[in-house]
Each structure stands twice: as C-alpha cells, then as structure tokens.
Design a protein around this ligand. Structure first.
Ligand SMILES: Cc1cc2nc3c(=O)[nH]c(=O)nc-3n(C[C@H](O)[C@H](O)[C@H](O)COP(=O)(O)OP(=O)(O)OC[C@H]3O[C@@H](n4cnc5c(N)ncnc54)[C@H](O)[C@@H]3O)c2cc1C
Length: 263
C-alpha cells in the first residue's frame, strides 16, 4: 500500500480537481497519491444496489468485479464471458473481490476489462454529477476516451450501469495475446452476437489500443477492414505495428470460437 501522499479522506462531497473517488481502493492504494491528495470514500452510499425488473438490469458502481458473473446469471453466455474476462486479468481473486465495477470503468486502463465488456453489450452508463444535479447517461462506448482518460468531468462519477435484455441474450468469445501468463494482454478481441440480430456481430478491440474500439461486422475480414484505421499503443507490451499485424489473427480466432459456441 502506498498512501504516503494522502492528506484526508471525506465521504460526503463530489470529487474535484485534487480529490478523487475511493471505491475498492485496489488501484488507489497501490499508486502514489500526491497528485490528488484527498479521497472521497464511496462506501456507505448504497451504490452496490442491483435492480432487475425483467426489462433491464441496473448494476450499482460499487458491486465487486467478482460478483458480476452472478448478477448476469439470467444470461448464461454473458455470465460465462464475464467470468472468462475476470479469470484472464492480472488481478488475484482477493483483488477482484475488492475491486469495483465503477472503479474499473473509471480507471480506464487500456487492458481493463469492464469498458470493453460494457461496450460489447451496449450498456448505458449513468453518471452522477455534483450535488443536486440530475444524472446524465452516456453510451458505454463513449466513456473511456484514452489511456486512463474518460468522458467524466472532475465532479462526475459512474453511478450505475444499465443493461438491456436484447443486448445480453446471445453468445460471445474473447481472444487475448499475451507475452506470458502473468502479463496483461498485448491485444484483446471480444465478439458478441445477439439472438435479436445475429447477422451482425459486435466486435471490440482493447488492451493494445488506448480505449476500446468497436465495429459491427458479418465476418472477421469485414471486421478487420472496419477496424483498419484504429489507433494502437506502443509500450513495453509491444509496438503499434505488431499489434496492428496481429489483429486479423485474433479476429479470425474469435470468430472461430464464436462459431464453435453456436454448435
Ligand atoms: C495486483 C493487481 C492487478 C491488477 N490487474 C488488473 C487487470 O488485469 N485489469 C484491470 O483492469 N485492472 C487491474 N488492476 C487495477 C485495479 O485494481 C482494477 O482496475 C480495479 O477494478 C479498480 O477498482 P477499485 O474499485 O479498486 O478502484 P479504486 O482503486 O478505488 O479507484 C481506481 C480509480 O477509479 C476511480 N473511481 C472509483 N470509483 C469510481 C466511480 N464510481 N466512477 C468513476 N471513477 C471511479 C478512482 O477515483 C480512481 O481513479 C490491478 C490491480 C492490482 C493491485
């Protein structure tokens, strides 16, 4: 734990330029805190609420990542994909029990798993603004704007994620390229085919890109063409050109995995 720069913890105010939200703390407590020395503790706000009225599912920002597959139980394929996504993170089960949905979305790491999953399922993000201001909503695809950057203003927080049954009924697959079993993915490709519109598959590329990139496609080749202009990262996990070159391979593998899930 690195909390040397921490000045104070509050619970009742919105975040701002020098104060950031404390959710599960799995990232905040492992990083230097000097840039934002005040933490706004979200525990105790009741933000681990889950509403399922049969028409849509709303997941509070403070649910733990490890609980997500169970909350998706009425869509077994979505639940299975969420479980597979969590199993492939670099986080231990201890971290996953503590880490939250909102923290993962708000942290917006390129190799984070919640922004691509929620983009895949076309979730809507409910954003809590300053005190007394009504919430706003945005498409999941619009939340993460880059490597650890989001569309949230300094006083805004992810409050809930809304999922619609038509987007969740279907089947999916994910393919990762990793340097070794312990490293985060160099590139990830996610695909999701709904029962409602099976002819078009939602494709999301993450990890090797600053933010999730998405396209609808009928084949791996069509997806590769649609994604040909996306930006790739160059970092210690690989150069951009390598990631660009490997994308069609992961797309074909993901499509094959999807086909085998259908049979
Ligand atoms: C050993 C280890 C391995 C890890 N591996 C992975 C991995 O493979 N993939 C991955 O994605 N992450 C990984 N992480 C990073 C991190 O733990 C997770 O992303 C986690 O989901 C963060 O959630 P949290 O609730 O702990 O957030 P916190 O640590 O509390 O906060 C993280 C950031 O999110 C912001 N935030 C918190 N709640 C909200 C909200 N409701 N709205 C907006 N912003 C908010 C905070 O202000 C902060 O900037 C790892 C961490 C550790 C320690």
């Amino acid at each position: 734990m690195d909390v040397a720069g921490l000045a104070q913890i509050k619970s009742d105010s919105p975040p701002h330029a020098t104060a950031q939200a404390l959710a599960g703390g799995t990232w905040l407590m492992s990083e230097p805190t000097a840039a934002k020395p005040t933490w706004i503790d979200l525990a105790g706000r009741g933000w681990d609420d889950v509403t399922d009225d049969g028409k849509h599912l709303a997941l509070g920002a403070m649910i733990s990542l490890s609980a997500l597959p169970d909350h998706l139980a009425r869509w077994p394929e979505a639940s299975r994909l969420a479980r597979a996504a969590l199993a492939a993170t670099a986080a231990s089960s201890k971290v996953l029990c503590q880490a939250t949905l909102g923290g993962n979305l708000g942290l917006a790491l390129p190799f984070g798993v919640m922004n691509p999953l929620m983009t895949l399922w076309e979730a809507r993000i409910e954003v809590q603004r300053g005190t007394g201001i009504s919430p706003r909503h945005l498409a999941a695809t619009a939340l993460q704007t880059g490597d650890q950057t989001t569309a949230l203003a300094a006083d805004e927080l992810v409050r809930r994620v809304h999922l619609a049954p038509d987007s969740m009924r279907g089947r999916g697959a994910v393919q990762h390229l990793r340097l070794n079993a312990a490293s985060p993915p160099t590139l990830s490709v996610w695909v999701w085919q709904t029962d409602a519109a099976p002819e078009r598959v939602r494709v999301v590329v993450s990890a090797g890109t600053p933010s999730p990139q998405t396209v609808l496609a009928r084949s791996a080749d069509e997806a590769a063409a649609g994604l040909s202009g996306i930006p790739f990262l160059t970092d210690n996990l690989g150069p951009a050109e390598y990631r660009r070159g490997i994308l069609p391979v992961l797309l074909r593998r993901a499509w094959a995995q999807l086909e085998s899930a259908r049979t």
